[in-house]
Design a protein around this ligand. Structure first.
Ligand code: PRP
Length: 210
């Protein structure tokens, strides 16, 4: 599937989309002043995840099960939604890694805070992420998990920021949407632990993180 191109999809709040629409969509009122534009509304995210699930279901139709390895904390929203829509039975597991600390730039050093509990040897594994930025995190995870001899290992990301890519060795089989190089929050993505619980993907105002 071709990722949804979000470069022209930014809707400026108060101009192209109203605050009332955002509240109706489930965005908490006190967070709205921090947001500049909306990149994806809940229905758009849902459609993207349905398409990812359809493609995955098709690709693995001969398999009896799939192991979805969600990368916390960002994957906490996409993973259950994706698992529900995939037609093959899914085993769910999580890892927790951190590369950013409280900052906004990847350090390039990825720390494993919590490993998978499942033994992935001989199984079909898909790493599930909210976003690929420099791809250092995915590079580290792919190298680590490949040493455990899975039958197959692929990656599914809701969002990709192509302009920020540093690790060009990382191939992502399933990408939902490509986003411009702006600070995106919501649907699992945070800044300083905030905004993760928003049901939309939005652009954070510069004064909130600079
Ligand atoms: C974010 C995101 C990815 C990673 C992508 O996680 O969820 O795991 O950064 O960045 P990269 O492509 O530059 O490596 P973060 O470290 O912020 O942790 P979190 O998911 O707990 O917020």
């Amino acid at each position: 599937m071709v990722p949804v191109n979000c470069y022209g999809k930014r809707r400026i709040i108060g101009q192209d989309i109203s605050k009332e629409e955002l509240i109706k969509a489930g965005v908490k009122q006190s967070l709205i002043p921090d947001l500049k534009s909306v990149i994806l509304m809940p229905n758009e995210i849902d459609t993207i995840i349905s398409e990812l699930a359809d493609k995955i279901s098709q690709d693995y139709k001969e398999s009896e099960e799939l192991l979805l390895a969600g990368v916390l904390k960002g994957a906490y929203r996409i993973l259950p939604n994706l698992a529900e829509k995939i037609t093959i039975p899914c085993v769910i597991d999580f890892m927790s890694v951190s590369s950013y600390g409280g900052g906004q730039h990847s350090s390039g050093e990825v720390r494993i805070l919590k490993d998978l509990q499942e033994n992935i040897q001989g199984r079909n594994v898909i790493i599930v992420e909210d976003i690929a930025d420099t791809r250092y995190t995915l590079g580290t995870l792919l190298s680590l998990l490949n040493t455990r001899n899975p039958d197959s290992l692929e990656v599914c990301c809701l969002l990709d920021k192509p302009e920020r890519m540093q690790n060009t060795d990382v191939d992502i089989r399933y990408i939902g949407a490509t986003v411009p190089d702006v600070f995106v929050v919501g649907y699992g993505l945070d800044f300083d632990s905030k905004y993760r619980d928003m049901p939309i993907v939005a652009e954070l105002k510069k004064e909130c993180y600079l």
